[in-house]
Structures are given as C-alpha cells and as structure tokens.
Write a protein that binds this ligand. Structure first.
Ligand SMILES: [Zn+2]
Length: 151
C-alpha cells in the first residue's frame, strides 16, 4: 500500500475519454462526482450511457452525486493487471454503491483489514498519473480531511 501522494507518480494508462464521458472527467478535475439521471424515468445511472438502461430514453442528464456510498464488495490486488500498478500493490479494488443507487468500480484507500460489507464510505479525489480519479475511504477515516477531500 502506497501513500496517496505517490499515486500521482505512477505510470499507468488513463481513462479513454469520449464525448459521452467527457462531462464526468471534466467534473472530476473539479472534485465533483457526476452521474447521469434519466430525464424520462428519473432513475440514476452509472456508468455514462447514451440511453437509459431501464426505459431506453435517449436523453440522460447529469447530476452531482453526494460522494457518499457504502461498500458492496472488495478485493485486495497483489498482482496488478498492468505493470504500472506494480508500485501500488497491495491495493483494494471495490464495488461501491453510491448513495444515489448506482454501483461504481473504484479503489478504497486505507487498511483493507478494516473493511466491512455495507460500511459507509466517502469519495476521496486522487491524482493518479495525469488523471483525477474518485477513490473512496471509510467515512470514519481521516485521510479525506486533507487536500484531497471533497468540497
Ligand atoms: Zn429511464
């Protein structure tokens, strides 16, 4: 496990930004977590899509999520799938259920031995290589109280 500041120095591939996902990544640079919401059935949607996966309406809108979540499941990675992550192991990849409902694949900061299913989490903005990524930490942790804390 490496410190949050060392993640910025990793040489890892960044996200593929498309016209569809650009609003998400632009907001992330401002430490704002955007998800979509269907303008027809009003259900929240993540990951970004052109059509609502529930009613197929083709005009999802963007809303700002609170950054609050709970932990659905997690796994500690010891052998990364890309060599750029070698210096970061072990790290914790998790399915995080946003307070708005959708599930997001992310990473959890801190000691994985302290993790419990359904525990409350909050978003922490992490500079990783050239990208600002939404990671999460236990809501009771103090890491997010620093410069990476949500607004
Ligand atoms: Zn819909």
């Amino acid at each position: 496990m490496i410190g949050i500041e060392r993640l910025a120095t990793l040489e890892v591939p960044g996200p593929t930004v498309t016209a569809l996902t650009a609003p998400f990544w632009e907001a992330a640079r401002e430490h704002r977590l955007l998800i979509q919401r269907c303008t027809a059935c009003e259900r929240p949607i993540f990951y970004p899509r052109a059509c609502c996966p529930y009613c197929w309406a083709d005009s999802p809108d963007w809303i700002e999520a609170t950054g609050e979540a709970t932990l659905d499941s997690w796994s500690v990675v010891s052998r990364p799938g890309h060599p750029g992550w070698r210096d970061a192991v072990p790290y914790t990849v998790a399915l995080v259920r946003l307070a708005e409902g959708p599930v997001m694949l992310s990473q959890i900061l801190g000691d994985p031995r302290s993790l419990r299913a359904d525990m409350p989490l909050r978003v922490v903005w992490v500079q990783c290589a050239g990208t600002i990524l939404p990671f999460f930490e236990p809501a009771s942790a103090g890491v997010g109280a620093g410069p990476n804390s949500p607004r």
